[in-house]
Write a protein that binds this ligand. Structure first.
Ligand code: PMV
Length: 344
């Protein structure tokens, strides 16, 4: 058996729109988180007969979970096209998130990344061969990124820590600590839970709506530009530019949703009330800050760690009324996946 933990990530420049097999229509860049993780354990048993479909049982937080099982089935069957002999095993997969269930944090990136780390480890222990020689020759993280992408696009960025770019070249690229200005190495993310209900429109549907989107071409150009600009700014320590691009990106993402056919809106009234409070308070803050929203109503408030106490106080006093059950989650830049003790 093997057990891995992998983190979630929050995109500063968003991936929205895809082509081919989960290839992004524009480059993106994300910050890997530290506390919001999925822990996945994999057990296996060799079977006498190979099977056309991969055999597995999937348990989420101790319960068999049909909804996620269907995604895992698709993913494992896709992986068996890459890994010789995967279909000669029976698997039991246990999974658990460190963030509360239904906190409105997308868990597909962390869960797919954790599962890939387990499968890749399992393949190496059992000396299974990657059919594609270029996959076999890749460095471990690169291969894991490639495989994770097949499960969920943004999952490929979760195989690395720190800040990760994906899509300017086809593979994801980590920025090593040396490349990013130290200013950004200890940033925090307070995840403000506005609404934890399941989204009315899935990311898969949102990506698909970019295919016929009237602003697709402009968006992909703009994102490319933002991607280049934010990388320069992250290297230079230009907090003003990083913060401005990050904010703009979340509005562009949500504007694209509202201008899609059919249009949809994932921002909730309380997202707007909270953002207004943040904008007002932010005018007097002496530290750099920004926010971003993923494809959902929750707000990621980003700022350097030295401002932590001041921001906590502000959230408690001014935002709690807009948050579901007054909840928010504290996170920060993290290091990427690692092995974990068996806890299942
Ligand atoms: O990885 P997916 O297919 O769930 O898409 C993620 C899309 C966004 O979270 C909105 C943006 C991003 O780059 O993470």
């Amino acid at each position: 058996m093997v057990c891995w933990q992998a983190p979630s990530n929050i995109a500063l420049v968003k991936y929205w729109g895809k082509h081919g097999e989960q290839l992004p229509s524009n480059p993106s860049i994300s910050m890997t988180l530290k506390n919001s993780k999925t822990i996945t354990g994999l057990e296996w048993k060799k079977s006498d007969t190979p099977s056309s479909d991969i055999r597995f049982r999937y348990f989420f937080e101790g319960q068999e979970n049909q909804n996620f099982s269907n995604k895992v089935a698709l993913f494992l069957n896709r992986l068996s096209q890459e890994i010789e002999g995967l279909n000669q095993f029976e698997f039991t997969i246990h999974s658990k998130n460190t963030f509360p269930h239904s906190a409105g944090i997308a868990s597909s990136a962390s869960s797919m990344a954790a599962l890939v780390c387990c499968i890749d480890d399992f393949a190496s222990i059992n000396k299974l061969r990657y059919k594609n020689s270029s996959l076999a020759q890749m460095q471990t993280e690169q291969r894991r990124g490639f495989l994770a992408r097949l499960g969920s696009g943004s999952a490929c960025r979760s195989v690395y820590g720190g800040y990760v770019s994906w899509g300017s070249e086809s593979l994801e690229i980590p920025f090593q600590h040396l490349d990013i200005h130290e200013e950004f190495m200890n940033w925090r993310d307070s995840i403000l839970i506005i609404d934890s209900n399941k989204k009315s429109v899935s990311s898969r549907m949102g990506h698909a709506l970019m295919n016929q989107h009237p602003y697709a071409k402009t968006r992909f150009e703009q994102a490319k530009h933002h991607h280049q600009e934010i990388i320069e700014s992250l290297k230079l320590g230009d907090t003003k530019r990083v913060c401005a691009i990050t904010k703009k990106e979340s509005w562009e993402l949500h504007a694209l949703m509202m201008l899609a056919s059919p249009p949809f809106c994932l921002i909730r009234p309380n997202s707007l009330y909270a953002l207004e409070k943040i904008e007002n308070a932010g005018e007097s803050w002496s530290f750099p800050w920004t926010y971003t929203l993923d494809a959902g109503p929750n707000i990621h408030l980003l700022y350097p760690s030295y401002a932590h106490d001041q921001v906590q106080d502000f959230i408690q006093r001014q935002l709690a009324d807009f948050l579901e059950e007054g909840k928010w989650i504290e996170d920060e830049v993290g290091e990427g996946p690692s092995t974990h003790d068996w806890i299942f």
